[in-house]
Design a protein around this ligand. Structure first.
Ligand SMILES: [Zn+2]
Length: 302
């Protein structure tokens, strides 16, 4: 996976490897970090443990993968931290491989992003500690339902959550249930942006599904849903375009097939220089169908 990290570092179109189940992780090796800047310059950054407490590059955006196992890219890995040169830190899809808010790799977190509410992204369970179990079968035996790993981290870090669609009100209620401020869950409708700590966060639609399992709903409603084999509606899944204070523009696809907005909004409007694409070929787009063409974006594929 070092090769992929090199791809991240030169701000190219990164093509993550597939993961199992209904989703497909953004790929990167951990605990190494990489730094990316708009002109494509790169520099090796510190290991994740250092990253969490260290200072960022004066020009680069530091990207750190928080996987289940040190130095590996494993089946359940989803989580990434992006650190703006000004210090703002954004956690993307905590999933199951972050050991809650006390995971020492997190450091300060200002924003928690959730692409959609499937358990392996929102986090229906989590690791107890890094390197538990094997890379192929990480031990994610700490249940976080009916709340979630993402919300518990957001509340524990006093961070904001930013999502598109009806996920925002649902997550606000979960933040309140966890002792946090429900207003810290912000709705940003697709194509619109909010500035948090000098980073512009734009939401774009993803083409996937976004059914909320009854496991996340306490009481009889959750039980009824599970009995009927139904999920609750929480709106459309979300992708993100992050525009950092140094000008770097990054696309986070979430789980998705090819969308029109990848050509128009992500490519033409924002001209993203770095893309983290979830690839699976059964539940999301596959590696033979790159969603961003080199003609519409400054990104390129390696
Ligand atoms: Zn999914």
């Amino acid at each position: 996976m070092k090769r992929l990290l090199a791809a991240l570092a030169v701000t190219v179109f990164a093509a993550p490897a597939a993961a199992q189940s209904d989703t497909e992780a953004p790929a990167a090796e951990q605990p190494r970090s990489e730094s990316a800047s708009p002109d494509g310059a790169s520099e090796d950054a510190a290991e994740a443990g250092t990253t969490a407490s260290g200072t960022s590059s004066s020009v680069g955006v530091k990207v750190t993968a928080l996987g289940s196992h040190d130095g590996e890219f494993c089946a359940r890995d989803r989580a990434m931290v992006f650190e703006d040169p000004n210090g703002t830190r954004i956690l993307y899809d905590a999933g199951r491989t972050v050991a809650g808010a006390n995971d020492e790799r997190l450091g300060e977190i200002d924003v928690v992003l959730v692409s959609h509410v499937h358990g392996d992204h929102l986090g229906d369970q989590r690791i107890e500690s890094v390197n538990a179990g094997t890379c192929d079968a990480p031990e994610t035996n700490v249940s976080t339902t009916p709340n979630s790993n993402s919300v518990e981290i957001a509340v524990g870090k006093d961070a904001q959550m930013v999502t598109g669609s009806e996920m925002a009100s649902f997550l606000g209620k979960k933040m309140e249930a966890a002792g946090g401020d429900p207003k810290a869950s912000q709705l940003v409708r697709f194509g619109a942006s909010v500035d948090v700590g000098g980073v512009a966060i734009t939401t774009v639609p993803a083409v996937h599904s976004n059914g909320l399992s009854g496991d996340f709903i306490d009481g009889p409603l959750g039980e009824h849903l599970k009995t009927a084999g139904l999920n609750a509606y929480v709106g459309q899944p979300t992708g993100y375009v992050l525009t950092f204070s140094n000008g770097l523009s990054v696309y986070l696809s979430g789980d998705t097939g090819v969308t029109a907005e990848q050509e128009t909004v992500v490519g033409q409007q924002y001209g993203v220089q770095l893309a983290v694409i979830n690839i699976g070929d059964t539940y999301t787009t596959g590696p033979r169908k790159p969603p961003l063409s080199s003609t519409t974006s400054s990104s390129r594929r390696v």
